[in-house]
Design a protein around this ligand. Structure first.
Ligand code: FES
Length: 167
């Protein structure tokens, strides 16, 4: 091959140079935009925050009591407040916070509303029943226990986190 074949023309040199500089500048401008676009979605994942439910540890007894509270939900760039409820009770040394959502088809359970079984959670939709600790009673429609919130006690106050399935 002759040396002439390896030479880069002025036009080619300018084309390569301008393409390289243009690409570099475009990457510099796009990188912050891509980061801004992805950041909220990445932050929202795997974040489990605890919220106070306005109940002190001393107020928790073996008798389930309902607490209503709200949580802040961040979905990408959109932030909203959602209402939540829990049945909080003491089970031995443990504090349980049960979800009121029936594990059969999602109706709301209440404590002690079934006259025949006043010491149970009762779901009026299909007569689902749960023990005081949220265990589903065999022979009734729900096939698994009520879900539980993660519980933390901070400065004597009850904080609830995410809901987890049992069983
Ligand atoms: S939804 Fe509760 S028993 Fe069916």
């Amino acid at each position: 091959m002759s040396e002439k074949n390896h030479r880069v023309s002025r036009r080619q040199f300018l084309t390569y140079t301008l393409t390289g500089v243009g690409g570099f500048m475009a990457a510099g401008m796009l990188a912050p935009m891509v980061r801004m676009a992805l950041d909220p979605a990445l932050e929202a994942a795997g974040d489990s925050e605890f919220v106070s439910v306005g109940l002190s540890e001393d107020e928790v007894s073996e008798e389930p009591q309902r607490v209503d509270f709200s949580i802040e939900l961040d979905d990408g760039w959109y932030s909203s407040e959602q209402s939540r409820s829990a049945w909080v009770l003491r089970e031995g040394n443990e504090i349980l916070a049960l979800s009121p959502i029936c594990t059969h088809l999602g109706c709301t359970v209440n404590w002690g509303t079934n006259e025949e079984n006043p010491e149970e959670f009762f779901c009026p939709c299909h007569f689902g029943r749960f023990e005081r600790d949220g265990t589903n009673i065999p022979g009734t429609p729900p096939t698994r226990p009520l879900d539980v919130y993660e519980v933390e006690v901070r400065d004597g106050m009850i904080y609830l986190g995410q809901i987890n399935q049992r069983g």
